[in-house]
Design a protein around this ligand. Structure first.
Ligand code: GTP
Ligand code: MG
Length: 217
């Protein structure tokens, strides 16, 4: 048991070292980088598509997409106007700093302003692996239920911003916003939060304003 714990500490320690290298690459390239994390299907790629379209042509975006298999999400990001790279983890439920480091080494960041990493859909493992990105964003969505902050505290604790996606479904799905927000506030007091709908576009202006303010450094 003790040996296992030490091994996990070593793996995470090695990961953090590479994450620090990634941060240097981002900083030296003048890029602002985001790590998008969420459950499967919460709307990470939908939000990326809309963000890319809204920020073009003033800002150029690159997307590093993490999935177990397929290039579906990188293809979507590219079709929206981003430079996109797909990482297939082959089964791993999260991206790690080494994977991001290999992707960065294939990319020309010279004319890129913003890099968005779309992590593998999962509310547990991605929270434990630093990637070296500047900001972590959690995308929650209404159909997941209002109890998720209470059940997945690690994810809610470690992020810099929270998107509450699919608010167009509020009339149809039981979701107590007050209960949800209370759980978030306990874990991450004052967390900047953007309720929005990628489907209707409601709430998108505030999100774009925040991303832009982070990107202009
Ligand atoms: N009603 C509604 N549906 C949405 C919204 N945003 C995304 N969707 C739908 O939700 C589904 C999943 O969206 P994606 O953007 O692919 O989600 P994802 O988090 O990237 O999914 P994975 O990468 O597979 O984990 C799609 O059918 C979207 O059309 C929204 O605001 N409202
Ligand atoms: Mg996706």
């Amino acid at each position: 048991m003790v040996k296992n714990i030490q091994l996990i500490e070593k793996i995470l320690g090695a990961n953090d070292q590479i994450a620090a290298e990634n941060r240097v690459i981002f900083d030296q390239s003048g890029v602002t980088s985001f790590n998008f994390m969420a459950s499967p299907g919460a709307g990470k790629t939908s939000l990326i598509e809309l963000t890319v379209k809204r920020l073009l042509p003033e800002m150029k975006l690159a997307v590093i997409d993490g999935d177990i298999a397929t290039t579906i999400d990188a293809d979507r990001a590219e079709a929206a106007g981003a430079y996109a790279v797909q990482i297939n983890t082959g089964g791993d439920c999260h991206l790690d700093a080494v994977m991001i480091n290999s992707a960065l080494k294939q990319m020309d960041l010279n004319d890129i302003n913003v890099v968005i990493v779309e992590n593998v859909g999962n509310l547990v493992c991605p929270a434990s692996f630093q990637l070296g990105t500047h900001l972590s964003v959690l995308i929650a969505s209404i159909p997941e239920g209002d109890d998720k902050p209470y059940k997945y505290p690690g994810m809610y604790r470690g992020v810099n911003a929270l998107v509450i996606n699919k608010i167009d479904l509020l009339p149809y799905v039981p979701f107590d916003m007050e209960y949800f927000r209370k759980g978030v506030e306990i874990l991450n007091p004052g967390l900047v939060t953007f309720p929005l709908s990628c489907k209707t576009g409601e709430g998108m202006d505030a999100w774009i304003k925040w991303v832009t303010s982070c990107a202009v450094r």
